[in-house]
Design a protein around this ligand. Structure first.
Ligand SMILES: C[S@@+](CC[C@H](N)C(=O)[O-])C[C@H]1O[C@@H](n2cnc3c(N)ncnc32)[C@H](O)[C@@H]1O
Length: 253
């Protein structure tokens, strides 16, 4: 009997996330927190932004709205530009007349972009503001590729999912900013990181930006790194967090 030798690479291991969708989670979190305002970097069709009820800012170089993004909001400020351009030319604190209360960073999925978005956003936060980073719990290694190449992916079922390497920002914050509170949350499809205890006066990340980018550019998500990252970032279920009305255990200092 001849043995068949398969030449196709094995399907990469998957982690599972079973919480609510990130959209349901964010909407409920904003309601429970009674959020004063909300800023979203990377809006696309407005899937998340449309359901936000407080005054909001949306930033995207290429909006492709397929719905009315206003929803129940009394004010919505849209900026069709990259987030770097937005932060260089506009001041969210002035637009809201207050610090940014909740920010959702979901723009370009390469870590140096998210790192800059975080640095720029934190400057407009108060200590108890909350920054949510999307896509920082990649459920397999393939989706962490820096350039999305769905045709080359082995796990065909989720070949369209792309987190890029924004997960590195979580490791960077843990390493360079141990003063921040980082809470990984199980929401589908690829997690949400809640960052609180923010310090708008901190310049650590900005001062060491190029050192950080050079170091982390070399890091790849291989199998040991994948397991180590998940072990360091065990997610809490999004529903559990939302049950705690004050959310003080998770996001307040
Ligand atoms: C994953 S989508 C955002 C999805 C949206 N947050 C939602 O929940 O439906 C990523 C978006 O980031 C935008 N984007 C790409 N580069 C960007 C940049 N430099 N600054 C801001 N947004 C960017 C893309 O145009 C795209 O619409």
């Amino acid at each position: 009997m001849s043995e068949e030798i398969s030449s196709s690479p094995p399907t990469p291991k998957r982690k599972s996330l079973i919480g609510p969708t990130y959209i349901a989670y964010i909407h409920e979190l904003l309601r429970k927190r009674n959020a004063r305002n909300y800023m979203e970097v990377g809006v696309r069709a407005g899937l998340c932004l449309a359901g936000v009820e407080c005054p909001a800012i949306g930033i995207d170089p290429n909006f492709i709205f397929d719905r009315n993004p206003m929803g129940k909001k009394r004010a919505l400020h849209l900026f069709q530009m990259t987030s770097d351009e937005f932060f260089a030319e506009h001041d969210p604190t002035r637009i809201f007349g207050a610090a940014v209360d909740v920010a959702f960073l979901d723009g370009l999925h390469q870590f140096e972009y998210l790192l800059r978005d975080f640095i720029n956003t934190e400057k407009h936060c108060g200590r108890n503001s909350l920054v949510l980073l999307d896509d920082c719990l990649p459920i397999n290694i393939e989706m962490t590729e820096r350039l999305h190449n769905p045709t080359a992916r082995v796990d065909r079922e989720i070949a369209e999912w792309w987190t890029g390497d924004v997960w590195k920002v979580v490791s960077i914050l843990r390493e360079y900013r141990p003063d921040l509170r980082v809470v990984p949350v199980d929401v589908r499809p690829t997690g949400s990181m809640g960052i609180s205890n923010l310090d708008p006066t901190s310049t650590v990340l900005e001062d060491r930006y190029f050192e950080i980018v050079d170091r982390y550019h070399e890091v790849v998500m291989d199998a040991p790194e994948f397991e180590a990252y998940w072990a360091a970032n065990k997610p809490l279920n999004g529903l559990e967090i939302l049950k705690d009305f004050e959310m003080s255990r998770y996001f307040k200092v």
